[in-house]
Design a protein around this ligand. Structure first.
Ligand code: ASP
Length: 462
């Protein structure tokens, strides 16, 4: 099939092309019929004149969102008809052949607007139409470009992208797990990963040294605000590094992303300013401060690092970790950790990166000895038996020469949201869930039939 992308016709005056796409808008002036034809690359004007009777007749039937194939000649528009707002605004298509490939029902909402004026649940039910709008298509393109940039950058820096399992085991990362019943092992369950944390550390034990993954993570939390039951992280881990190495690599990557993909944006301060957790709370009352000097400027990016978090916090049930149980303490607190002394004063190697008041990533240098990791769980009051049951595999792995290692994970959806100046992460996810964790388009979650339930050894209590 010979096909020209619509945006490319701008340079093809005098040539005959085949374009394929949707009827974006139609203006019927009786004699003259104007169609804007749209494909992913852009839009162009087609002018049907009564001279070509058959085509004119067919064109009069066209409606919004019908799919057409058009053979046509590219003409320059008269000067006063030029539309400076679109890349193809200096040309128009004179039709030679028109073929209707599919008709369309009238769409349930306009798709030639930015869509933010439409009820979001309505948009989600017809997401495949919502994604046709220019703003949403652009979000998909920039997201793709950002992920590709990250992949290329990390590949250039010696990282390997390695997939880790989706069917895994409950991990203690602070949120509730999504679980999957096992058909073969009645009463047993897989858990979907809250993050690839344990696997990526095991890849370091395996000697792979530099890992990353564009990883889907699942957390069964109340989906308030800017959270989704499943979301995407840039997850990475490196061996033989200190905190400074991980921070430097990530800072350089973030700066390169902005310079290459968002050249219109300005980073307020390089190197990114750093605060200890204590300083951040004292100065800004939050551990993700918004440092922008001008909050009205949509192109100003104020990144910062927050470090030196307390490792543990006290709850009604005793001590728990503030960020990640696999973190190492800062080296000067290792003694206290192993002796389980001055617990409230122990600082972790955790580092968080914030952008314009949102946390966009966090990580740490890990405890790579079995003794260190075990001490964390002991401080949390876990019995020897529970430690072995939940983390025996990690302790065992660390007993086989685990290298010192550390890493980070970015909330990729949130980063794209901020860089694209979108109001929330659902705008940069192709098929997001609603605030109450439903997929309105697929109508999920949904009941299973009796046969499936039986196979899974599940009885539903009404
Ligand atoms: N796995 C951690 C998280 O998801 C990030 C990390 O420490 O690498 O928050």
């Amino acid at each position: 099939m010979k096909r020209t992308s619509i945006v490319d016709i701008k340079d093809l005056v005098g040539e005959t092309v085949d374009v394929y796409g949707w009827v974006h808008t139609r203006r019927d002036h009786g004699k003259l019929i104007f169609i804007d034809i749209r494909d992913r690359s852009g839009m162009a004007q087609v002018v049907f004149t009564p001279g070509n009777k058959d085509i004119h007749e067919l064109a009069s039937q066209l409606r919004s969102e019908w799919v057409i194939h058009l053979k046509g000649k590219i003409n320059a528009r008269p000067d006063k008809m030029v539309n400076a707002d679109i890349p193809t605004g200096k040309v128009e298509i004179e039709p030679i052949e028109l073929e209707i490939l599919n008709k369309s029902e009238t769409p349930p909402f306009p798709i030639d607007t930015n869509g933010l004026e439409i009820g979001e649940e309505h948009r989600m039910k017809y997401r495949y139409l919502d994604l046709r709008r220019e703003r949403m298509a652009k979000n998909m393109v920039t997201r793709h470009k950002l992920i590709k940039f990250i992949r290329d950058y990390l590949d250039d820096n010696g990282f390997l992208e390695i997939e880790t399992p989706i069917l895994t085991k409950s991990t203690p990362e602070g949120a509730r797990d999504y679980v999957v019943p096992s058909r073969l092992y009645s009463g047993s369950f897989y858990a979907l990963p809250q993050s690839p944390q344990q696997y990526k550390q095991l890849l370091m034990v395996a000697g792979l040294e530099k890992y990353f993954q564009i990883a889907r993570c699942f957390r069964d939390e109340d989906t308030r605000g800017d959270r989704q039951p499943e979301f995407t992280q840039l997850d990475l881990e490196m061996s033989f590094v200190e905190r400074e190495d991980v921070i430097r690599l990530n800072e350089e990557l973030l700066i390169s992303i902005v310079k290459n993909l968002y050249p219109e944006k300005k980073i307020q301060e390089i190197p990114f300013p750093r605060f200890s957790y204590k300083e951040a709370i004292e100065k800004y009352g939050t551990d993700k401060p918004d440092l922008r000097t001008d909050k009205d400027d949509p192109n100003l990016l104020a990144f910062c690092w927050v470090i030196d978090f307390p490792f543990f916090e006290k709850t009604n049930d005793g001590w728990t970790f503030t960020h990640n149980p696999f973190s190492a303490p800062k080296p000067e607190f290792m003694d206290d950790l192993l002796k389980m002394e001055n617990i409230g004063d122990i600082l972790t190697t955790q580092y968080d990166v914030a952008l314009n008041g949102s946390e966009i990533g966090g990580g740490s240098i890990r405890n790579h000895t079995p003794e260190g990791l075990k001490a964390v769980f002991k401080i949390m009051g876990f019995s020897e038996e529970r430690i072995n049951q939940n983390f025996g595999h990690m302790l065992e792995a660390f007993s086989f020469g685990a290298p010192p290692h550390g890493g980070i994970a970015w909330g990729l959806d949130r980063l794209v949201t901020l860089l694209n100046n979108e109001p929330n992460i659902r705008e940069v996810i192709a098929f997001p869930k609603t605030g109450d964790a439903r997929d309105l388009m697929m109508d999920s979650p949904s009941p299973l039939d009796q046969k499936q339930l039986k196979e899974l050894h599940i009885k539903i209590e009404k």
